[in-house]
Structures are given as structure tokens and as C-alpha cells.
Design a protein. Structure first.
Length: 196
């Protein structure tokens, strides 16, 4: 993340995304596939690391193998054909976009970090090592089990997250950069999907 100043002088937190160029690798129609969609590929991939089925799919589109492929349903496809290139200029400053990605993985975490438990608070009344412990997880003999969905320690992060209504602050067509207000899911250099 970084920040830029608005014309009014406000310091706005923002994220810089490299968007495109993306190549149209498949155009789906209601006649053939049952729904309208467009499939785009991004990033270069070596031919030797590409399965033959994938390589044939990209060859049909007239492009080199791509690292990531995403599909967008009900995309405005007027004038789009197989092999066409989409760049960042399809976005405009001031409009709002949704960004989906995989959040940072944090590994196995306890209940204080994962579920915002408070712990015991102060180490009073002779308690020992109970500051970040989960406490009771249910009654004894009556249910004789722990209910499903009980908030406990476990793996945290690494989940699919979509942030909605992020405002586009700037569009740099020459460098294929999109600057959006706020943060997006994932670590640096990770892949995200930007939806209008």
C-alpha cells in the first residue's frame, strides 16, 4: 500500500495494481456453453511448463501460454473476439470496482488472534498461564461432545476474500497501473481479480 494526495489535499490510502494486458482466450456463448462469458489470460508462462491441453487452448486463441486464467460472466462482449487484448483503459477514474483474491496465510493461530477473544485479562486470583487460553468449550456429561462451529484455535488466513466498492483513484494507461483507494486481499505480487 501507499498513499496519494487528492486535489483537496487529503491523504488517501491506496493500492497500486498492475492490470493487464490480458488476452481473450475464450468467448463463451449461450448457444454453445449455455451462458455468456469471456475468459482472459494474464502473465507469461513457459511452453515446457504448460500441459498440452492448455497449450492447445492458448494456441487456438493465437497467444502464448498464460500463468492465470479468469472468467467473467455477462461481460459486455460487443466487438471482442478471440485473441483480443484488454488493457487498463477499460476502467475510468472515479468508478467503483470489486477485487477478489486470496488473503495472507497466517498459519495456526490461537483464539485471541483468530476470534478476538480477550483472554482472562489481568493475571489475578492465582491464575497461571491463562491469559490467552480459550477457556471452557462446553458442558460435561449432558451433550458429551463439543458442538460444531465452536470457535477454537486453528488455521487462519489463506481464504478467498472479495472487497467490494473500492474507488479507482488513477488509471495509468502507459504502465498498465490501476490505483484503487484502500487495501486489497493478498500479499505483494499476488494475483487478484478486478471486476467492474
Amino acid at each position: 500500500m501507499t498513499s496519494i494526495f487528492s486535489p483537496e489535499g487529503k491523504n488517501l490510502p491506496c493500492t497500486v495494481l498492475e492490470v493487464g494486458p490480458c488476452v481473450v482466450t475464450q468467448v463463451k456463448s449461450e448457444d454453445v456453453d449455455g451462458y455468456r462469458a469471456i475468459q482472459v489470460g494474464y502473465g507469461e508462462k513457459k511452453e515446457k511448463n504448460t500441459p498440452k491441453a492448455e497449450a492447445g487452448h492458448f494456441k487456438k486463441a493465437g497467444t502464448t501460454p498464460k500463468r492465470r486464467v479468469a472468467e467473467f460472466r455477462d461481460f459486455e462482449m460487443e466487438g471482442l473476439n478471440l485473441g483480443d487484448t484488454l488493457t487498463v483503459d477499460i476502467f475510468a477514474e472515479g468508478e467503483f470496482v470489486d477485487i477478489a483474491g486470496t488473503s495472507k496465510g497466517k498459519g495456526f493461530q490461537g483464539v485471541v488472534k483468530r476470534h478476538n477473544f480477550a483472554g482472562v485479562g489481568q493475571a489475578t486470583h492465582g491464575q497461571h498461564n491463562r491469559l490467552r487460553a480459550p477457556g471452557s468449550i462446553g458442558a460435561g456429561s449432558d451433550p458429551s461432545r463439543v458442538f460444531k462451529g465452536m470457535r477454537m484455535g486453528g488455521r487462519m488466513g489463506g481464504a478467498s476474500v472479495k472487497i467490494q466498492n473500492l474507488q479507482v483513484l488513477k488509471v495509468d494507461v502507459e504502465k498498465n497501473l490501476l490505483i484503487v483507494k484502500g487495501s486489497v486481499p493478498g500479499a505483494r505480487n499476488s494475483f487478484v481479480i478486478v471486476e467492474k
